[in-house]
Design a protein around this ligand. Structure first.
Ligand code: NAI
Length: 218
């Protein structure tokens, strides 16, 4: 299957396909046409066909898509056909919320450790995982094969731990700290800024309000 050189826009849409196909699977639906998927997802059928054609199509004329097969193939493309061990650095509100979220496990992301610098938190647990002192991060990483580090600490803290993570072979960083990280090639970084999403919402609220105001005048 050809999945090299796929645009990040297409890759960015794949998790949404996976969610909808997962819902169809749960309802016991075995096949779906691009038109049906289009109605459900509120994107054009041609967009769906174009997106999926990047990977060889998966569809059959007159049959549509086999839901289970497409779900598995998109999962494979997204690298979800294996498990990933992750740790969280920063056991504050955000770190604890992410550690407590069971659904990551269902997708194959296994919560292995959580670290903080606040001694009051040491030994308390997040979903059965003990919060450990950040001073133990290095030895923990040497003993455990961890794929992903989630950074839910302020930016100075993130800059402090990055070398330890990289030196111990972390493959990817899910970065919630508001700082751009300088990592060697081969270490994947996904920056998350929830406020970006909120700003999109505020943009849409004000655009909608403006459109309606203009509409009133017409
Ligand atoms: P919080 O204050 O509840 O938790 C931060 C935790 O990090 C504390 O337990 C603190 O002891 C620990 N910490 C600080 N420096 C550390 C270090 N060097 N090593 C280990 N632990 C350290 O804050 P909250 O709400 O959980 O947010 C965490 C960070 O994520 C904040 O810096 C915040 O700005 C950022 N954030 C980012 C969002 C995003 O969308 N990117 C959304 C919300 C928060």
């Amino acid at each position: 299957m050809q999945d090299k050189g796929i645009s990040s826009a297409v890759v960015g849409r794949l998790p949404r396909y996976l969610r909808y196909l997962g819902d169809l699977k749960e309802k016991g639906i075995e096949r779906v046409s691009s038109q049906e998927l289009s109605r459900l997802m509120n994107v054009t059928a041609s967009q769906i066909r174009q997106d999926l054609n990047n990977f060889g199509g998966f569809g059959q004329q007159g049959y549509g898509y086999n839901v289970d097969y497409l779900y598995k193939e998109i999962g494979k493309i997204l690298g979800l056909d294996r498990e990933y061990d992750f740790i969280i650095i920063g056991a504050g509100n955000l770190g604890r919320a992410l550690g407590g979220y069971l659904n990551f496990e269902r997708r194959g992301f296994i919560f292995r450790g959580i670290f903080d610098k606040n001694p009051e938190l040491f030994g308390t647990e997040v979903r059965g995982v003990k919060i450990s002192p950040i001073s133990e991060l290095d030895s923990f990483l040497k003993k455990n094969n961890i794929d992903i580090a989630v950074l839910t600490i302020p930016k100075t803290g993130a800059l402090e731990v990055i070398d330890t993570l990289v030196d111990n072979g972390i493959k990817a960083i899910w970065n919630f700290a508001h700082v751009d990280l300088d990592v060697p090639e081969g270490v994947q970084v996904e920056n998350v800024h929830l406020s970006d999403s909120l700003m999109k919402l505020s943009y849409n609220i004000s655009r909608y309000a403006d459109d309606n105001k203009n509409g009133d005048k017409d």
